[in-house]
Design a protein around this ligand. Structure first.
Ligand SMILES: [Zn+2]
Length: 317
């Protein structure tokens, strides 16, 4: 009898203990990670940084990894970037093979949360309708390839800011659930400004629909699709690979024959190469800024398109 009572008491004890652990575990899982201060976010580009700030406002503190005037596929790693990643609540990245320099940085940091597919990573390429995804590209074994899974410059279609900021909103709400209404209203205000911009840019580009252009690097297919430009060739025969003299000779002859009047370059394009293609083909070179902060006027995401559309219209006129 005493043994049975003892066993009964032990059973009750274990049931109560188990229930306590279940309740405690649920409480920990539900507890918000956010302690009230700004969320530390790292974005791989100034464009994603700008979009996180549009949604996050003063509830986020965002560090951008790639400087706006550098080739985004070839970024120099600095010790400060490692420190920023170590303290990050969220890493927002372009994804695909846009940031080949990020893998080494993440290896140094060694935080599984920030590795591809990790719990604290927002890969903005998910949910984007990618261009050039089915074109056979350089084999992945080669170290110099980029755009191997599709074109990675998708933020240059302003319409893509809609899915990108939707993903950012979801990620920020997960980190700070009590701030949902704040993030939602900030995103709505941003989309209102974006829609006004889209109307402005579409109107300005309207007279030039169908215009043939040549680009240095294939940064512009999303932009071109949105505003009706026709990219007929790239100076780089494969993204990231410089052209041979023979390739340049053929390209510039085709540009002349096809009456291609405009060559689109980036701030980090080789000035000598751009001048050479322009002089051989007779086309006018225009430098478009591919990232927020790449020029003083491109201070935010909407201003970036105001600047690029103004520069293009000037060159096409
Ligand atoms: Zn690229």
């Amino acid at each position: 009898m005493a043994l049975r009572a003892l066993l009964g008491a032990a059973l009750v004890f274990w049931v109560v203990a188990a229930a306590w652990w279940v309740v405690a575990a649920a409480w920990w899982a539900a507890a918000p990670a956010w302690g009230g201060g700004p969320l530390a976010v790292v974005a791989t580009s100034t464009d994603l940084k700008a979009l996180v700030e549009e949604v996050g406002g003063d509830r986020v503190r965002v560090e951008g990894l790639a400087p706006p005037l550098a080739d985004p596929h070839a970024v120099e790693i600095k010790p400060g970037q490692i420190a920023a990643l170590r303290g990050a609540a969220l890493l927002v990245r372009v994804g695909l093979d846009h940031e080949p320099w990020l893998a080494g940085l993440l290896r140094t940091v060694g935080d599984a949360r920030l590795a591809p597919g990790g719990s604290s990573v927002l890969d903005c390429s998910k949910g984007i309708d990618l261009l050039q995804a089915v074109v056979a590209r350089v084999k992945p074994e080669r170290g110099d390839h980029v755009h191997g899974f599709g074109n990675t410059h998708y933020w240059l279609d302003p319409e893509n800011a809609r899915p990108i900021t939707a993903g950012i909103l979801e990620a920020l709400v997960r980190l700070a659930p009590s701030e949902r209404a704040y993030f939602e209203s900030r995103r709505a205000a941003f989309l209102t400004r974006l829609d006004a911009g889209l109307k402005r840019w579409t109107d300005a580009m309207g007279p030039y629909r169908g215009t043939k252009v040549v680009v240095v690097h294939e940064s512009w297919p999303y932009f071109a699709r949105r505003f009706g430009l026709q990219i007929v060739a790239a100076v780089e025969p494969v993204p990231g690979v410089p052209p041979s003299p023979a390739y340049l000779a053929t390209l510039t002859r085709q540009m002349k024959d096809g009456n291609v009047r405009v060559l689109i370059a980036e701030p980090y394009s080789s000035a000598a190469l751009v001048a050479r293609v322009a002089s051989l083909s007779g086309a006018r070179a225009v430098t478009l800024v591919a990232s927020v902060g790449g020029a003083p006027e491109a201070r935010d995401y909407v201003a970036l398109f105001d600047l690029d559309v103004a520069r293009l219209v000037e060159a096409l006129r």
